[in-house]
Design a protein around this ligand. Structure first.
Ligand code: NDP
Ligand code: 2IT
Length: 444
């Protein structure tokens, strides 16, 4: 059995009931076969793949907190410090009832290669909790965040591990966590990114993942002689990534006709009203059912359905495996030209292959959504030099990073004989740098 196949099997055996982690490992290891096969003996001797798929450290802890009635609740907290070959661990914190160790490991594993692709010095990590922020009061959120950080603060720091936001963790949660870190550790340092602007946050970090996704999508289309102007775009999600993806797509001349949350989806034939979306989601923290009150011409549907809408470009920006083979078939039948992932692993492996077989340009999340973490790294730089850059400065750096990133994965795909396969290109380019750093640092 080849080394790659052996490790894929080993990961499944040693990590049972972690299907998302298996999926992420499978996709990456399949892609890097050309490098592994060419170096099989040396890689086996140095256990390169075993070291790649086993996190450096996994921290699991109890998070007790009190609700507004004084009742105690217990959630589980996680931080997986996956790989620090190229820099301090970096990656978000997810707060969602579906969180478990397998989900955090899949996200942490993806983060290694994503962070490598940004070209910035950040290693891979991820964390979170099975806490459900929905329906909680502001004080309950604060008490949860404080309890979570009371334990997590022992393991993180500006030069060791720098968490940030992800699903369920936005500016409010980062603020409460930062306050508790500072209080316990007694240091004001850039230990988290996505901070508020009055205490070390970076301009454009809030917008960065969505904007970056569109800078990359625009560059992809231009490379193929197209632009976003006049294109119909379908977006899923209604959170941080989706909101700013919609905004930038509109600025670039596209018409975005959908968004969604976990209960339903909106079709707005006149184009999504971003101001209304922000008010519903960021201010009222309400459901998308409210959207119709702002836009009487729009439709609200229960359940899943954005992928049934005819479009040129599809941008999944909600969660993992939200776009399956049936969705892919519908999108292809409706003439989709490009699919770029704003979320992490939103497309199943079967659906991904279907897009590629049908000549749809497909860019995986670890490349397409890297603008968020890249801008987090820019926030770290600003914190280190105790300066703040202007919005334009950060935004232009972000644009540059995304354009370079796209050409790097395009080149890597060509170099190894997989022209146009951006999944393979992203995994190979991301892996090359991590491998180089791991090799130079010895067996650690
Ligand atoms: P938010 O919490 O701001 O928004 C998430 C959105 O996705 C919400 O509309 C939510 O609906 C929906 N959603 C979440 N889980 C599910 C589910 N299980 N089924 C259906 N819908 C769901 O998160 P973000 O926008 O920050 O993150 C979205 C995706 O982007 C995630 O995959 C994240 O890992 C990825 N990402 C985020 C980055 C960032 O900087 N924030 C950077 C790179 C990637 P509801 O409100 O009803 O739950
Ligand atoms: O998935 C991701 O890249 C994020 N949630 C952002 C991580 C970060 O450290 O900004």
């Amino acid at each position: 059995m080849s080394y790659v196949d052996e490790i894929i099997q080993q990961v499944k055996e040693k990590n049972p009931a972690q299907p998302e982690f298996h999926q992420a490992v499978h996709e990456v290891l399949e892609s890097i076969r050309p490098i592994v096969d060419a170096n099989e003996e040396a890689f086996r001797r140095d256990a390169v793949l075993e070291r790649l798929v086993n996190p450096e450290r996994q921290i699991i802890f109890r998070v007790p907190w009190l609700d507004d009635e004084g009742n105690a609740h217990v959630n589980t907290g996680y931080r997986v410090q996956f790989n620090s070959a190229i820099g301090p661990y970096k990656g978000g914190l997810r707060l969602h009832p579906s969180v478990n160790i397998g989900i955090i490991k899949f996200l942490g594993f993806e983060q290694i290669f994503k962070n490598s692709l940004t070209g910035l010095p950040i290693g891979g990590g991820k964390g979170g909790s099975d806490f459900d922020p929905k329906g909680k009061s502001d004080r309950e959120i604060m008490r949860f965040c404080q309890s979570f950080m009371t334990e997590l603060c022992k393991y993180i720091g500006a030069d060791t591990d720098v968490p940030a936001g992800d699903i369920g963790t936005g500016g409010r949660e980062i603020g409460y966590m930062f306050g508790q870190y500072k209080r316990i550790r007694g240091v004001f340092e850039g230990v988290l990114t996505g901070k508020g602007l009055t205490y070390g946050g970076s301009l454009a970090r809030t917008e960065a993942t969505g904007y970056g996704l569109l800078y990359l999508t625009d560059e992809l289309l231009r490379t193929h002689g197209e632009t976003l102007k006049g294109k119909t775009v379908v977006v899923s999600g209604a959170g941080n990534v989706a909101t700013y993806a919609i905004q930038k797509a509109q600025q670039l001349g596209a018409k975005v006709v959908t968004c969604s949350d976990s209960t339903g989806w909106v079709y707005d034939p006149d184009g999504i009203d971003v101001a209304a979306l922000k008010e519903i989601k960021e201010v009222k923290r309400a459901r998308l059912t409210e959207y119709k009150n702002y836009r009487p011409n729009s439709e609200y549907h229960e359940g899943k359905g954005v992928w049934t809408v005819k479009c040129d470009v599809a941008l999944p920006c909600a969660t993992q495996n939200e776009l399956d083979i049936e969705d892919a078939k519908t999108l292809v039948a409706n003439g989709v030209m490009a699919v770029c992932e704003g979320a992490n692993m939103p497309t199943t492996e079967e659906a991904t292959k279907y897009f590629q077989d049908n000549k749809v340009y497909f860019v995986p999340g670890k490349a397409a959504n890297a603008g968020g973490v890249a801008t987090s790294a820019l926030e770290m730089s600003q914190n280190s030099e105790r300066l703040s850059w202007t919005f334009e400065e950060v935004d232009s750096k972000l644009k540059n990073i995304m354009e370079n990133l796209f050409h790097n994965i395009d080149e890597a795909a060509k170099k190894y004989g997989f022209e146009g396969n951006y999944v393979v290109g992203a995994n190979l380019a991301g892996f090359e740098k991590v491998l180089n750093a791991m090799t130079a640092q010895g067996i650690v």
